[in-house]
Design a binder for this molecule. Structure first.
Ligand code: SAH
Length: 332
């Protein structure tokens, strides 16, 4: 039994929200979960084009905002640091932008901080957004960060909504009470979105939130656990599998606009990357390559953009300061 499984049993019943928070903490604290040998693969690990296009997106909005001489470029939950390394590589195409950047990582996992330091040695690390300085505009990206934040679940039992708990029955962890329809909310996610929005409003800037999710509200249980690229029971091995939930982007947009920021209309990842010119970038990269290398790049683009791959499931929400121009990629 894992240490966390013992803790859950000793404290049961606990809410799904507390369970998810504790499981995520334990899971990320000790391991590098990404890649083929890990539990899952994220967009920046599929292709360098992902981070490069986000770098170009940031450079564009920075330039149209007048090219401030300093800018804080921050990432929430940077994983292996791959997105930021690729972003900074692309930023070099606009030297005045590259020179203006200070890099900030919001990361709680000691194991991942060590990996990130190898990719981006000049970064500054923070335990929360509050640690990011506010003396210059903020450009922020969060890819597959919000899905890891705990959701609160409620279950309808005889016409009343009751908080869904994790309990112990006959020695096994189970969800309780059993009932009908389930609905979710993400109080911590909404808090983070509002915090980002207050920062953008105060110091200027823009933020990109990318994740699997939907425009809510919507009923249903989206809590999922993944281990070695396969779905597993979320209660089977607490802290050993990656626990996540789909992100309600309407709730994030609502929290952010309530705190003073603007929100561009949500788009699918496929439409967003296409609008930013991923096809041109692929054509440039594959020119002169042999067939096998060109094919690998083309299939990475399909994986990121095709509706049956990541293109439709993943959504993009941009938040921006009311004093900044509308960021690229959201006009239809
Ligand atoms: N963005 C990366 C990694 C996504 S996995 C990529 O696309 O590859 C989620 C990341 O968020 C991990 O780096 C994890 O350690 C971090 N994380 C999860 N919960 C967090 C929290 N509450 N505060 C800060 N970081 C968190």
């Amino acid at each position: 039994m894992t240490a966390l499984a013992g803790w859950v049993r000793a404290n049961a019943p606990i809410s799904v929200e507390r369970y998810m928070a504790a499981a995520a903490q334990a899971y990320y604290a000790a391991r590098d979960p990404f890649g083929r040998g890990g539990d899952f693969i994220t967009a920046p690990e599929v292709s360098q084009m992902f981070g490069e296009l986000i770098g170009a997106w940031m450079a564009d909005v920075w330039r149209r905002a007048g090219g401030p001489s300093r800018v804080h470029v921050a990432e929430l939950g940077p994983g292996r640091g791959t997105l930021m390394a690729d972003l900074l590589g692309a930023a070099r195409a606009l030297p005045a932008f590259a020179d203006a950047i200070d890099v900030h990582f919001v990361e709680t996992s000691p194991a991942l901080r060590a990996i990130q330091a190898k990719r981006v040695p000049a970064a500054h690390w923070h335990a929360s957004i509050d640690g990011i300085p506010d003396d210059a505009p903020l450009l922020l990206v969060a890819n597959e960060f919000f899905d890891a934040l705990p959701v609160r679940q409620e279950v309808s039992v005889e016409g009343a909504w009751r908080q869904r708990m994790v309990d112990v029955r006959a020695g096994e962890l189970v969800f309780a009470p059993e009932g009908g329809t389930i609905r979710e909310s993400a109080p911590e996610g909404a808090d983070v979105a509002a915090t980002i929005a207050r920062r953008l409003t105060r110091q200027g800037g823009a933020a990109l939130i990318i994740d699997y999710g939907y425009w809510g509200p919507r009923e249903g249980d989206t809590l999922q656990a993944v281990s070695a690229h396969k779905p597993v029971n979320p209660l089977a091995a607490p802290g050993e599998a990656d626990l996540s939930a789909h992100v309600d982007f309407a709730a994030l947009a609502h929290a952010a606009t309530g705190a003073g920021a603007r929100a561009a209309p949500m788009r699918s990842q496929g439409a967003f990357l296409t609008a930013l010119g991923i096809d041109h970038r692929r054509d440039r990269l594959t020119r002169g390559l042999d067939a096998e290398a060109a094919h690998a790049i083309a299939s990475a683009v399909r994986r990121l953009t095709a509706p049956q791959a990541m293109g439709e499931l993943f959504k993009v929400l941009a938040l921006y300061s009311p004093d900044w121009p509308e960021p690229a990629g959201f006009r239809r």
